[in-house]
Structures are given as structure tokens and as C-alpha cells.
Design a protein around this ligand. Structure first.
Ligand SMILES: *Cc1c(COP(=O)(O)O)cnc(C)c1O
Length: 380
């Protein structure tokens, strides 16, 4: 099946054996009747498995071209489950340009539990070789990165991971399976905050993990059931509904982001624009190689790098909503320094280029003429 067909039908055969509903019903139940002790119709207790969650898990696995999907209560619960594959003494090499909440989880919780993290710039995939030790178990990559929209070379990272027998996990939230499928480049684990583009309508918090290896899937399923950070049936239903229109929405997100990036690039008040579709983006060729299109996230800085000007710009926007998050149908704007990346110390932040005037846009699917007008007015 081609991707657009999979988005509607992937893993979705017989989602309602009872009545043949075309969409998976919302199985809002905690438990399932057993015919005789231990004998049931595939589900026994809804932490261990729920048909609505299972329908979503099969759909996302199909879209990522993986074998096994797992759905969690949030993107961070999904990352948490992946980190539980590790033991005290293990080491992780993570990209240094990553989602602030991932950094907080690594550094604020798992570090104290005895896991060592090295945060390195992975734009040069060999840069982390000096940090490899016999204890290194996992590479954590995110591409495109947040908020600077840098691109990491998935094929190169996966070759290094294979050579050194490490797991490669990729946070695919920004690209989605429509634009990029890390498992096809050799990654072992792909993770999503389904809260963003997969759900697509800013109405849920959810996460997912997809893998192809059966033994790895078994371990993750054990963790999902044992730790219990599962996605509920209502959220699973909404995310599944979101997946159906993922290709259509992503096409419009990319088209509008292109218009926004090109508009900002020629604007006299703008210093720099970060969008991998621009030919002056440092990893433009790499993005072209591993992604179908360049995504809906655009970041930029203004001339003079003024903190107050950045805040004023955000206050003046009318159509772009000033809010955390991304990936919904509506356009959002944010200020990483005070919002998403506030938990990263200033010195670390500035090392990676997250400066005071940096604005991050999640370009929605509205009419692009209105979006450009809004940006132009707010820039003043
Ligand atoms: C939002 C986000 C997360 C965390 O997901 P939640 O659903 O908010 O827990 C992780 N990674 C990236 C890239 C994100 O944008």
C-alpha cells in the first residue's frame, strides 16, 4: 500500500468485530469479560491492551513501516519507556539540540538514577565517537531539531549505531512518518509526540513508539504494561482520526511554511531564517535526501537580537496564536527562550544558538496570504 492509502487503512482491518464499525469504537472500559479463567477474546485488562489503543498502535506502526506500535499517555511517557530499557551505569549519547522536555527528563530524572548522558552536536555524525565507551547503549537523535530546525543524517547515525552495537532512537515528532521514516534508514526505535502533527488538531496529549525488532518490542511492551503510562481510548481514537488526514495536512503545512520562510528571508527586519527547504540552509541537501518535503516548522531571529522586540512581535500577532506546542491545524508562534527551552540553562542554550530574538513558528494550514500579512504587520 502507498502511504496515503495506509494513512486510512494501515493495520485497520476488522477494528470492530462486533458490528463492523468503519472507525474503531472508543472502548471506554477498564476490563473485559472472560469466558473461562484466562480465556478471553484478546483483551483482559485495559492497561495491558485496549482495542482502540491497539487500532492506533497498528496504524502508526504501518505508517512508520515498522512491525510494532506502542501508544503512551504523552510523548514524554513514550521517551520514559524507552529509557527504561537502560540500567544504572549505562550511557546515552544525545543530540544537544533537542526538545527541552526530553533534556529535562534525561538530566532531571534519569541522571540521578545512574544513567550518564553526553549531549553532543550530532550535525557531524562522527562528533560523538570520542564519547563512546563500553557502557554506551543508546543514541538519542531528533531531526529536524527543535527549535533550530537542524537536520541530522539518519543513515550515517544508524551506520555508527550498528558498528558499535548501540540502539538508535529517533524523535520523529517534527517530520512525522509522512515526511521521514527513520526505521527505513536503519534506526531501531522511532518515537513521536502524537500531541503534535499526528493528532494534528491540538486536542490531545499522547505519544508513540514504533520498532521492528520483535525482542525489542517485547521489552517495550513489558515496560508499557509494567509502568502503565498508556494512552487512553479517547486519545487513541482522536490520534487515529488525526492519522487519516496526516498526508493532506502535511502537504499544506509544508506549502505554507515555504511561503513563510521565503517571505521572512526577504524581510528587512529579519536576521536569519531556519527552514531546511531554503537552499542556504546548511543541511538542505541532506533534508532533500531523507525527507519528502521540509516540514511546517520555521524559526527566525531578528536584527539586533532584541528580547523586548521579540516579545512585542509575539504580542502583536493576530492569526498566529502565542502558545507552546506545534503541529496543529492552526498557526502558533513561540519564544523558545522563555517558553519551550526555559528549562535549559542560558549558557547551554546560547551555545546551541537559542538566542533572545529567536521565534519559532508552527505554520498551520490557514490561507497563506493571511499568514504573511499577519507576520508583516507584527514585524512592524
Ligand atoms: C512535544 C514534544 C515532545 C514531548 O511530547 P509530549 O506529548 O508533550 O509529552 C517530545 N519531543 C518533541 C520533539 C516534541 O515536540
Amino acid at each position: 500500500m502507498k502511504f496515503n492509502t495506509k494513512a486510512i487503512h494501515g493495520g485497520q482491518q476488522n477494528v470492530d468485530p462486533g458490528y463492523g464499525a468503519v472507525m474503531s469504537p472508543i472502548y471506554q472500559t477498564s476490563t473485559f469479560e472472560q469466558i473461562s479463567p484466562g480465556q478471553h477474546k484478546g483483551f483482559e485488562y485495559a492497561r495491558s491492551g485496549n482495542p482502540t489503543r491497539s487500532a492506533y498502535e497498528k496504524a502508526i506502526a504501518s505508517l512508520e513501516n515498522g512491525k510494532h506500535g506502542l501508544a503512551f499517555a504523552s510523548g514524554l511517557a513514550a521517551i520514559d519507556a524507552i529509557l527504561k530499557l537502560l540500567k544504572p551505569g549505562d550511557e546515552v549519547i544525545s543530540t544537544n539540540d533537542l526538545y527541552g522536555g526530553s533534556y529535562r527528563l534525561f538530566n532531571g530524572i534519569y541522571k540521578d538514577l545512574g544513567i550518564k548522558f553526553h549531549f553532543v552536536n550530532m550535525q557531524d555524525p562522527t562528533a560523538f565517537l570520542p564519547y563512546l565507551t563500553e557502557h554506551t547503549k543508546l543514541i538519542w537523535a531528533e531531526t529536524p531539531t527543535n527549535p533550530l530546525i537542524n537536520i541530522l543524517d539518519l543513515e550515517a547515525l544508524s551506520k555508527i549505531a550498528k558498528t558499535h552495537n548501540l540502539l538508535l532512537a529517533v524523535d520523529n515528532t517534527f517530520a512525522t512518518a509522512y515526511l521521514q521514516r527513520p526505521l527505513e534508514w536503519g534506526a531501531d526505535i522511532v518515537m513521536h509526540s502524537a500531541t503534535k502533527y499526528l493528532g494534528g488538531h491540538s486536542d490531545l496529549i499522547m505519544g508513540s513508539v514504533v520498532v521492528s525488532d520483535d525482542a525489542l518490542a517485547k521489552k517495550l511492551y513489558f515496560i508499557q504494561n509494567a509502568s502503565g503510562g498508556i494512552a487512553g481510548p479517547m486519545d487513541s481514537f482522536l490520534a487515529l482520526r488525526g492519522l487519516k488526514t496526516l498526508p493532506l495536512r502535511m502537504q499544506r503545512h509544508c506549502e505554507n511554511a515555504k511561503a513563510v520562510a521565503e517571505f521572512l528571508q526577504q524581510h528587512p527586519k529579519v536576521e536569519r531564517v531556519f527552514w531546511p527547504g531554503l537552499s542556504n540552509h546548511p543541511q538542505h541537501d541532506l533534508a532533500t535526501k531523507q525527507m519528502l518535503d521540509y516540514g511546517g516548522m520555521v524559526a527566525f531571529t531578528t536584527k539586533g537580537n532584541s528580547y523586548t522586540e521579540a516579545l512585542k512581535f509575539l504580542e502583536r500577532l493576530k492569526i498566529f496564536t502565542l502558545a507552546e506546542s506545534l503541529g496543529g491545524v492552526e498557526s502558533l508562534a513561540g519564544h523558545p527562550v522563555t517558553m519551550t527551552h526555559a528549562s535549559i540553562p542560558k549558557a547551554d542554550r546560547e551555545k546551541t544558538g537559542i538566542v533572545d530574538s529567536l521565534i519559532r513558528l508552527s505554520v498551520g494550514i490557514e490561507d497563506k496570504t493571511d499568514l504573511l500579512l499577519d507576520l508583516d504587520k507584527a514585524l512592524g
